[in-house]
Write a protein that binds this ligand. Structure first.
Ligand SMILES: [Zn+2]
Length: 109
């Protein structure tokens, strides 16, 4: 994952001369990775994840009322509460053989 970063909702990779990415044929310097911002699948774009009550919790109506009011909801850790995540556009990535080869070798970003 070294060298891949997000800026203004777009993914970039900084390729160093001695890096694996350079060995895969990417020129030294910054490259834009085809990507797009999509709704977070984990929280469906809400940015929070509802508390999942245990069986013991369900025996306490007051606690369950608080659960229903979202008191125990937590910030989604997939999108850090933003409701969306940046995703690599694999179709467009395939058009760049060196970038695609590096992506495959890394097992994704
Ligand atoms: Zn999320």
């Amino acid at each position: 994952m070294i060298g891949v970063y997000e800026r203004n909702s777009k993914l970039y990779i900084e390729v160093a001369p001695d890096s694996e990415a350079h060995e895969h044929g990417l020129a030294v310097g910054e490259h834009r990775i085809p990507s797009r911002r999509v709704i977070c699948a984990h929280c469906t774009g809400v940015g929070v994840v509802a508390y999942q009550p245990t069986e013991a919790d369900t025996a306490d109506p007051d606690f369950m009322a608080d659960v229903g009011n979202g008191f125990y909801d937590t910030t989604c850790n997939e999108c850090s509460g933003e409701g969306s995540v940046v995703e690599v556009n694999k179709k467009r990535l395939a058009l760049n053989p060196a970038l695609h080869a590096h992506f495959q070798a890394q097992g994704g970003w």
